[in-house]
Design a protein around this ligand. Structure first.
Ligand code: MG
Length: 380
């Protein structure tokens, strides 16, 4: 099941107060839309993401997504005059089996709620996040409560709303008039749509005060972790070594079950350490022949993917290589670039340093290379 995500971000957000459209206003220092995109891309099952934007917002959009370095984020499409028209434009550009349609103004979509709707699509024709109404519901007219509305069976719809792409395209084609959401469009087309438990945290920023509420929720949940990693590999006969993804010609090689990239192993362990999920040896046992001679990129990629699955963003990596030879300095830029390509981090969030051990100990005697690393992970 190939899953694509479509964020509807073409509205003007007039209820949220003056200034920029709400999806581009800052929330904890970053545009709302950037948080929303990150929340979706945090799930590795989503293979592509598109945003439907307003024709006037191309520059705002470019600025909002500039720091996001994820090949799954595809160029935006221009939306229309209504929500339905914007969704239709977006759907025309999407491919895949299942599409998750999500409001740009729901930046706090929790990882578990997102996973629930993805799981639901394994068995449902269509599904949406929603919460049962628990408050008493009253109709109010001219400032007076006039009629109680039975809340039994009432649910408040959230997004994402999930459909098979062909189904929802056909539904929009058959019902082009403005409707409240895509559940309404799907239902009008006769599709069975299943509610899946959403989350109170998944609020839709609508009024000016919602920004403060969202920031408070984010502050409560901020989970910052650091992990450390340490690794050693010894020298043996050979003609090159792999260090942090860079091949360095040398009169010896590093010996190990995989390609013995000691720096990348330390970084991988630092990420697993921050997640408190064991170490590289548990994830990729040396006793397992499939890892023999493996490029260590595989290990680091899996650790990064695991962090994303757990809802963490890796914000910083720092690696120190300890050896007398080879000289590391000339390769540091290439190493930071190689690590950036594997992890999706900006190179300015990746530090590689080197030191000797003043000819002391096994590194000083040139018997091997040691590496230590620190990873910082943040979940908002
Ligand atoms: Mg190792």
């Amino acid at each position: 099941m190939q899953i694509t995500a479509l964020i509807v971000a073409a509205g003007r957000g007039t209820r949220a107060g003056d200034g920029l459209p709400k999806q581009y206003r800052p929330l904890r220092g970053e545009p709302v839309l950037r948080h929303t995109i990150r929340a979706l891309l945090a799930n590795g099952a989503i293979s592509s993401l598109r945003v439907a934007i307003h024709g006037d917002d191309a520059e705002l959009y470019d600025a909002a997504v500039a720091p996001l370095n994820d090949p799954r984020l595809l160029p935006p499409v221009f939306g229309g005059d209504s929500r339905s028209a914007s969704v239709s434009s977006g759907l025309a550009a999407c491919d895949g089996d299942v599409v998750l349609i999500h409001d740009a103004a729901r930046p706090l979509l929790p990882a578990d709620a997102l996973q629930r709707i993805i799981d639901a699509m394994k068995t449902c024709r269509a599904a949406f996040l929603a919460l049962p109404v628990v408050d008493a519901v009253w109709q109010v007219s001219e400032g007076h409560a006039t009629k109680e509305v039975a809340r039994d069976g009432l649910w408040r719809a959230q997004t994402p709303q999930a459909f098979h792409l062909a189904d929802i395209r056909a539904a929009h084609a058959a019902h082009p008039q403005a409707m409240a959401d895509d559940v309404a469009v799907a239902q009008a087309a006769g599709l069975d749509v299943t509610p899946v438990p959403g989350s109170e945290r998944n609020l839709k920023i609508t009024r000016p005060e919602d920004f403060e509420l969202a920031e408070n929720l984010m502050r409560q949940d901020l989970d910052i972790r650091t992990g450390n990693g340490f690794d050693v590999h010894k020298f043996g006969p050979g003609d090159h070594i792999m260090l942090n993804g860079v091949r360095i010609e040398h009169d010896q090689t590093l010996v190990g079950h995989s390609d013995a990239d000691v720096g990348m192993h330390a970084i991988t362990d630092a990420i697993f350490g921050a997640l408190a999920e064991g170490d590289i040896g548990q994830w990729f046992p040396p006793s397992d022949p499939q890892w023999k001679g493996a490029a260590s990129e595989v290990f680091l990629s899996r650790a990064v993917e695991r962090a994303l699955e757990r809802g963490f963003t890796i914000t910083h990596l720092d690696c120190t290589l300890i050896c007398e030879r080879p000289k590391i300095g000339p390769h540091i830029t290439a190493m930071r670039r190689a690590l950036a390509a594997i992890t999706g981090l900006e190179p300015d969030r990746i530090s590689v340093k080197a030191t000797t051990s003043e000819k002391l100990g096994f590194t000083g005697r040139g018997e091997g290379i040691a590496a230590q690393a620190t990873a910082t992970l943040v979940k908002t």
